[in-house]
Write a new protein. Structure first.
Length: 104
């Protein structure tokens, strides 16, 4: 089943829940590694993963389902994040999306 489309013209970040980013705490960073670390984070997009408690629910011009879909933070208008997070009919998780096509 395809991810729901936003009626407000916003793009969906992904149709699957993102894998949580887990930093490797066993490696030590050095000054020469810093540019590589920065390049890795350029492929990451801060966003939210939103699922509806009901079969379908609309808020902020978007339709949410139980399967959920991602929205990039940069696509949200002022106040929408707070509205979505405070809505009891939605489950909102702050996530980081990665573009797997860019990391090949």
């Amino acid at each position: 089943m395809a991810a729901p489309k936003s009626t407000s013209g916003r793009r969906n970040a992904t149709s699957k829940p993102p894998e949580p980013a887990t930093p490797n705490t066993t490696e030590q960073s050095s000054a020469k590694d810093a540019p590589e670390a920065k390049a890795a984070t350029e492929d990451e997009i801060e966003g939210i993963w939103v699922r509806s408690v009901k079969a379908s629910f609309r808020r902020c011009g978007m339709r949410f389902t139980r399967e959920g879909f991602g929205v990039a933070m940069e696509e949200l208008e002022e106040g929408q994040l707070e509205t979505l997070e405070q809505e009891p009919n939605l489950v909102v998780e702050r996530v980081t999306f990665t573009d797997e096509r860019m990391t090949r």
